[in-house]
Design a protein around this ligand. Structure first.
Ligand code: HEM
Length: 461
């Protein structure tokens, strides 16, 4: 312990309160919050990744030019001419992808420990917004290298944004009100990806999104303190107390220096992992973007591949209905589930764990069966070529699987009488399905979005 560590509690508190960095934490923390298997340090890792991204991003900006004529060569210079540029770019890229992945894992941890209960609703909603901003921040950076990978991934992403067109086409009103086209233009500033998209994405990536994310992360941290620290199981008598009084009374450890050491260890682990990855794997840079040579298959970034798979069944269902329903579901979780007694316990109870496993098995069965049918035998439009398009839009593997998950969750609710178990079932189904569709999109889709067991089977053009 450092020599300057004050001997009595009053001076310790004074020191923590006066120091800006130490003051991010409450004076004391509950031992439960320090258990590595409770949070896995995911929130702290996310905070560090964000700082690393800003630092490396500022360094990259010194050599990057956001114009379609210069962007590709400036990234090439960063990779092959600027001293250390390759590693800075690699670290930035791997930190960005890790941030998307870890944001999902953090959301999953918060959900299964009931971390949105007991007045933590607002912070859950901040978190959901943060998750979408993190994805969008990654997506906006994807275009900047202006290579074939970037260009076609963003072209696919912008076409997903135009998915509303399927509905307006069916209704025959696209000429009058083209909502999909409007969203796409709003995103890329034109009908096709070009200089307007590059300028927009650059501005979003380096100014608007990081600043918004900083503000929201600040609010997120502030709420954690206001909510009396992170979630933990509570005894009966604690329930009626004021939150901050309770936190102060039941907390045992001074956050300084204990939490600081734990965070420093996480920071070092994080930084080492990124450095190793940056040395071993280069961030991809293909040939310069060429709008005349489409990539086949053209794939969006990995976190949108699940949606791209759904869009291949129906643009409107996969690109609008399902993502909107998923967002509404995420936001509504703390309002549907109000069973505060499950706070701070992984999977709530042995019953919760059992329902989680059953929901995973159910989703595997339903989703893989539907995907098998569409790949092996086709779908309504193959069997009945004259069928109205609106029917295919409403009845396809995306909407059907969502329907079956809701039925399953309602059935769990009827059997257990618990809204916590109902949300556990629905959340598990949606997350498992998201993973299945993403895996299919990443590894099993080849040219023309056909199914292949491996890349080795792809036809040679
Ligand atoms: C930049 C992204 C994010 C950062 C830096 C961040 C940071 C943190 C930190 C440091 C904690 C406390 C420790 C821990 O749980 O590991 C926390 C808790 C929390 N986070 Fe996040 N988070 C982020 C994204 C999210 C997302 C995507 C959600 C999902 C909705 C979310 C919801 C929450 C909630 C509700 C808590 C309180 C949990 C509890 O009390 O157990 N956060 N976050």
């Amino acid at each position: 312990m450092p020599d300057s560590y004050p001997e009595d509690n009053k001076r310790r508190l004074g020191k923590i309160n006066r120091n800006f960095f130490l003051h991010i934490h409450a004076n004391k923390v509950h031992p439960h919050s320090l258990k590595p298997g409770y949070t896995f340090g995911l929130g702290v890792i996310l905070g560090f990744l964000f700082v690393i991204m800003i630092l490396t991003g500022v360094m990259l900006m010194m050599n990057y030019t956001p114009s379609v004529e210069r962007a590709y060569n400036s990234v090439k210079d960063i990779m092959f001419v600027v001293p250390g540029g390759r590693y800075i770019r690699n670290i930035h890229r791997w930190a960005a992808h890790s941030m998307v992945l870890i944001s999902f894992l953090h959301l999953i941890r918060v959900f299964y420990t009931g971390g949105y209960l007991k007045g933590r609703r607002l912070n859950w909603i901040f978190g959901v917004v943060i998750l979408f901003l993190v994805m969008f921040m990654n997506f906006s950076g994807y275009l900047l290298p202006w290579d074939q990978l970037a260009f076609w991934a963003v072209t696919i992403g912008s076409n997903i944004a135009a998915s509303f067109r399927e509905l307006t086409d069916i209704l025959g009103i696209t000429q009058v009100i083209d909502i999909g086209g409007f969203i796409k233009r709003l995103l890329i500033g034109d009908d096709n990806v070009g200089q307007a998209a590059l300028s927009r994405f650059f501005m979003l990536h380096v100014v608007f999104l990081p600043v918004t994310l900083m503000v929201l992360t600040g609010l997120h941290f502030w709420r954690i303190r206001k909510d009396g620290g992170i979630s933990r199981p509570e005894t009966q008598s604690e329930g009626s107390e004021n939150k901050s009084v309770r936190a102060e009374r039941t907390s045992k450890y001074f956050s300084w220096p204990l939490v600081m050491w734990a965070e420093l260890a996480i920071l070092l682990l994080c930084a080492s992992a990124l450095l190793v990855m940056a040395f071993l794997f280069d961030a991809p840079l293909r040939e310069e973007a060429n709008p005349a040579f489409p990539e086949n298959p053209a794939k969006s970034p990995w976190y949108f591949l699940g949606i791209q798979e759904l869009v291949s069944y129906s643009a409107f269902a996969g690109g609008v209905i399902i993502p909107v329903l998923f967002l509404v579901f995420l936001i509504s979780i703390p309002y549907v589930d109000r069973e505060d007694e499950y706070i701070g316990i992984w999977f709530s109870s042995p019953k919760g764990l059992r329902i989680t496993w059953q929901s995973i098995a159910f989703t595997f069965f339903v989703t893989i069966a539907l995907i098998f049918i569409i790949i092996r035998y086709g779908w309504l439009n193959t069997w009945f070529p004259d069928i109205p398009r609106v029917l295919v839009m409403l009845i396809n593997p995306a909407t059907l699987s969502a329907f079956f998950y809701v039925i399953w969750a309602k059935w769990i609710q009827r059997n257990t009488g618990s809204s916590r178990m109902e949300t556990t079932a629905l959340f598990t189904c949606t997350i498992t399905a998201f993973i299945i569709f993403t895996v299919i999109g990443i590894w099993f889709r080849g040219p023309n979005w056909e199914f292949y067991w491996s890349n080795a089977q792809w036809p040679v053009f």
